[in-house]
Design a protein around this ligand. Structure first.
Ligand code: ADE
Length: 426
């Protein structure tokens, strides 16, 4: 059985001490993960399992990686976005023995090279954020598929694509949709994306949100989080949507709803959170006010059509880190594009706070463990996309509450019976 040999390629291994302090800070905010590490470090239930991971290299991810390793797994890692790797954290992981191939600012060729290196040890489990690892295996390394027991997927975009791959009969091993856990998307997607997106915009621009017209494209869990937080800072929030129920919710939650054609003329800040391409394109750039700030917090960098912006520009310069000023040829107006249209919360800030990643990554860890435990019994989930068990969600929430020192009530036996009693009426 191939073992990962602590091969690595990171920006600079000398950054390890700084990265280690960041990881220790994250550990102090991730009590659920630390409880899982403590619980499984003696029994090592993941011994013999080789996990290839492709997920943003942040201090929180380091806590996940080292928890999987503490539980016995052999782990090899790459980042899932060319701009989201924290180089200090990557160095700290490498220095402590993780095989990792990730650095900030890698190009697309290097990005796929890094993914392929994590396949060198022939993984039997995969862990993804955005499904690029799964796609690489299915497109280029199909020989690995018979050995793979299953995988987990972190994000809405990835789960959506994997479901369509499964519907087309193209998905060849089982996937657990970590994203769809209540303790993931009701917290990470809403409060994590909400806060970290505004954090990224503030770091790249230092603008005042109060009084600005903030346009949020998409009112799923992430868009809702962003719009609510922007409103909390005093912005006038405008939501654009394609789904009638989502648009309706946005209006009842106090946001204006309009089309992007309308919003383009009045917005000061534009944030895409849709999972769809070309949400902001040529005609919208032309309509924007002088000084408009444009950024994306969806998984891929195609929500803002940057090639079209490039075509209509007169000139472009870097105004500060993660902030490019484009001057539009026709009208001389300035548009500020943040983080090259990539996830602004990870490229310009540090991603979601540790406290929410604690629950998301507890779901990752327990889902990997579930796949491994099934394999030990000679079983395997059916090929397809699977939800996490309801009990796992409630157990994680209960543990999180305990670490926060909150207590909640329990149903009495009579209350339980009453709830189930279909003969009870007024
Ligand atoms: N996705 C969003 N925020 C993240 C974080 N802090 N770590 C890993 N993945 C993330």
């Amino acid at each position: 059985m191939a073992k990962a040999k602590n091969n690595y390629k990171v920006k600079d291994i000398r950054l390890a001490a700084e990265g280690r302090r960041k990881i220790e800070w994250a550990e102090s905010r991730m009590p659920v993960m630390m409880a899982l590490r403590e619980k499984y470090k003696k029994t090592k239930p993941l011994k013999g399992f080789r996990i290839a991971g492709c997920l943003h290299v942040t201090k929180e991810t380091a806590v996940l990686v080292e928890t999987l390793a503490a539980a016995g797994a052999d782990v090899s890692w790459s980042g899932c976005n060319p701009l989201s790797t924290n180089d200090e954290v990557a160095a700290a992981l490498a220095a402590k023995g993780t095989s990792i191939y990730a650095w900030h600012g890698m190009n697309v060729k290097e990005f796929y090279w890094a993914i392929e290196r994590t396949l060198d040890f022939k993984p039997n489990l995969t862990l993804d954020d955005g499904a690029d690892l799964i796609f690489t295996i299915h497109n280029k390394h199909r020989k690995l598929i018979p050995e793979i027991l299953g995988g987990t997927e972190e994000t809405t975009t990835g789960v959506h694509r994997l479901r369509s791959m499964a519907d087309a009969g193209e998905l060849k091993y089982p996937i657990i949709a970590v994203n769809d856990a209540e303790t993931k998307w009701d917290f990470d997607n809403v409060y994590g994306t909400g806060q970290s997106t505004l954090d990224g915009i503030m770091r790249a621009t230092s603008i005042l949100f109060a009084g600005k017209n903030v346009v949020v494209a998409g009112y799923g869990h992430c868009g809702k989080g962003v719009a609510d937080r922007a409103k909390g800072l005093g912005a006038n929030t405008i939501v654009t949507e394609v789904k009638p129920t989502a648009a309706l919710k946005a209006t009842l939650e106090g946001h204006e709803v309009m089309t992007m054609d309308q919003a383009a003329k009045v917005g000061d800040v534009f944030i895409t959170a849709t999972g769809v391409k070309d949400v902001i394109r040529d005609k919208h750039f032309r309509m924007m006010k002088d000084g408009a700030v444009v950024c994306n917090t969806g998984h891929y960098d195609c929500e803002i059509n940057i090639p079209e912006l490039e075509k209509i520009k007169k000139s472009k310069r870097t105004i500060r880190a993660n902030n490019e000023e484009y001057i539009i040829k026709k009208n001389g107006r300035r548009i500020y594009l943040l983080a090259q249209g990539r996830l602004v919360n990870l490229a310009a800030a540090e991603g979601h706070p540790s406290e929410v990643m604690d629950m998301s990554f507890a779901n990752q860890f327990l889902s990997q463990l579930r796949l491994a435990e099934l394999a030990k019994k000679g079983k395997r989930l059916d090929t397809g996309v699977h939800d996490i068990p309801v009990k796992q969600d409630q157990d994680i929430a209960a543990l999180k509450l305990r670490t926060m020192r909150y207590k909640i009530d329990k149903l009495t036996k009579e209350q339980k019976e009453y709830m189930d009693d279909y003969s009870a009426g007024t």
